[in-house]
Design a protein around this ligand. Structure first.
Ligand SMILES: [Zn+2]
Length: 488
């Protein structure tokens, strides 16, 4: 048996039990035709990944507290605030984040490419009165086998008080959003201890409160460069557990995702109306993926998937990524407290207002960071999400999915694919089968009308990509690239 195992899982799976028994030394059990547990054929890669549990538990509440306190110490991080001082304002704050990324990189032999992204924003007649440089500190951990695949984690560094144009008053922004930036820094500290197949980008963006400038320009820049961004995880307010609704809860985090893709064309909308997919944008399937990671690997944390781009009528940094066609979702605490957001720090009628450090629950922020880090690691170790996914089966008792082969040079760890399906009313994927290294699979007697389908790529170690819904509706590729996509 040992020699056959080393021949590779795929081969073993294809050979089947009978052949294994014929090739192996005749075990006692085989003589009466019964296979023992050790003799059963392997049917696919393993499902359990202990390293993801280790990664999810690695973020430290104390580290996150120290990062948040350092950022609050800059008095204000308003986008229009001082950029020259070493102790006050957004300039000092972004140099501090850059320095943290450099420090982490120095501990992994320079594994992070640390830089600034600088964007000149012209006066917009609203929240940018004069030409302003919006600057994002960024660290890039290059993938080993497929570096043009990118996974992004981000928080926004800028803060504000009640008056959005006030760039001098104390604006601690401890939860909104030093907590999210701290999560990105801590994810870099944890994940820089591993090598991944795909690249990971850690960002602290600015200009969020003035109009989502830093993130939107970054998304446009990534797209201009042809980067295949497979998921952007926006962390905005991940530290509050006492809600204005009276609920205290440190066990739930919300993940917001758009239902139909922002870059959907008229032609794509027509296809969607005929074949479905209003609940299967790539962003929505990234949210399902994160939900599954939480269930499997993160203790005492559940994902509340919110089927909505963002909080009602409000915006966040994932939106600019969605706009250019990249999958992107938003993590936010389950219970917000509006008295501690965007407010002047003050006490009024016995009520304390302001986004201060004492309101942040660092253990909860560490757990949410752990979910981010485990999700990034799982996607970065998995082969890229399948492209060219198509489906056929109308007026037929069976359903056939097909997809493009992945260039083996870019996915040397590919074991094969897993086909998923679920009832049309189910929020999450319900059934699946590992189908090996093929580019087509027929589900016999599974009627196309009654289910929704998708396919994920699986590594030899069992790391899976998010599930890709068929057609342009579900593709992990910007619509404007679909004509000439080479799969990254
Ligand atoms: Zn925010």
């Amino acid at each position: 048996m040992a020699s056959i195992r080393t021949a590779g899982r795929t081969l073993v799976a294809a050979l089947g039990a009978a052949l294994l028994l014929a090739l192996g030394p005749a075990p006692a059990a085989a003589q009466d035709g019964a296979a023992s547990e050790q003799e059963l054929p392997e049917t696919g890669p393993p499902g359990e990944q202990p390293v993801l549990r280790a990664i999810s538990e690695a973020p430290s509440a104390d580290s996150i507290r120290s990062y948040v306190e350092a950022m609050v110490g800059f008095h204000t991080r308003h986008t229009l605030s001082d950029t020259v001082s070493d102790t006050l304002g957004v300039g000092a704050a972004r140099r501090w984040v850059h320095g943290k990324f450099e420090e982490i990189s120095s501990r992994c032999g320079g594994c992070l490419d640390v830089r600034y992204q600088r964007f000149q924003i012209e006066p917009d007649g609203e929240r940018i009165p004069d030409t302003t440089m919006v600057v994002n500190p960024v660290a890039i951990q290059r993938g080993t086998t497929h570096p043009n695949r990118y996974l992004v984690i981000s928080g926004h560094l800028d803060s504000r008080v009640t008056d959005i144009m006030n760039d001098t008053s104390f604006a601690p922004g401890a939860n909104d959003d030093a907590s999210g930036v701290a999560g990105a820094i801590e994810a870099a500290r944890v994940l820089s201890q591993y090598d991944f197949n795909a690249s990971i980008v850690y960002m602290g963006v600015t200009g969020e409160e003035q109009g989502l400038y830093g993130s939107s320009r970054a998304a446009e820049l990534f797209k201009e460069r042809g980067w295949h961004v497979e998921a952007m995880l926006n962390n905005d307010m991940i530290g509050n557990i006492q809600g204005i609704d009276g609920v205290v809860d440190n066990t739930v985090v919300r993940v917001f995702s758009e239902g139909t893709r922002a870059d959907e064309t008229d032609r794509m909308a027509t296809i969607r109306r005929y074949t479905g997919g209003e609940n299967d944008s790539p962003s929505r399937n990234v949210a399902r993926y994160i939900n599954g990671i939480a269930d499997d690997y993160v203790r005492n944390l559940d994902v509340m998937m919110i089927y909505r781009l963002d909080r009602f009528g409000r915006g966040g940094d994932h939106r600019g990524f969605n706009a250019v066609g990249y999958p992107a979702v938003r993590f936010t605490e389950a219970h917000e407290d509006y008295e501690h957001q965007h407010a002047d720090v003050r006490t009024e009628d016995g009520v304390e207002y302001g986004d201060t450090v004492d309101e942040v629950e660092f253990g909860y922020a560490a757990k949410v960071t752990g979910l981010n880090a485990a999700s990034l690691a799982a996607m970065a170790w998995a082969p890229k999400p399948p492209s060219g996914v198509e489906i056929d089966g109308a007026v037929d008792p069976s359903t056939t999915l097909s997809w493009d082969a992945i260039d083996p040079a870019r996915a040397p760890n590919l074991a094969g694919y897993r086909v998923y399906w679920r009832k049309t009313t189910s929020p999450t994927w319900e059934k699946s089968v590992f189908v090996g290294d093929t580019t087509e699979w027929t589900l016999e007697n599974v009627v196309i009308d009654n289910y929704l389908f998708g396919v994920a790529a699986v590594s030899e170690r069992g790391f899976e990509s998010p599930v890709v819904f068929p057609g342009p509706v579900g593709a992990f590729t910007p619509a404007s690239w679909m004509e000439d996509d080479d799969g990254g």
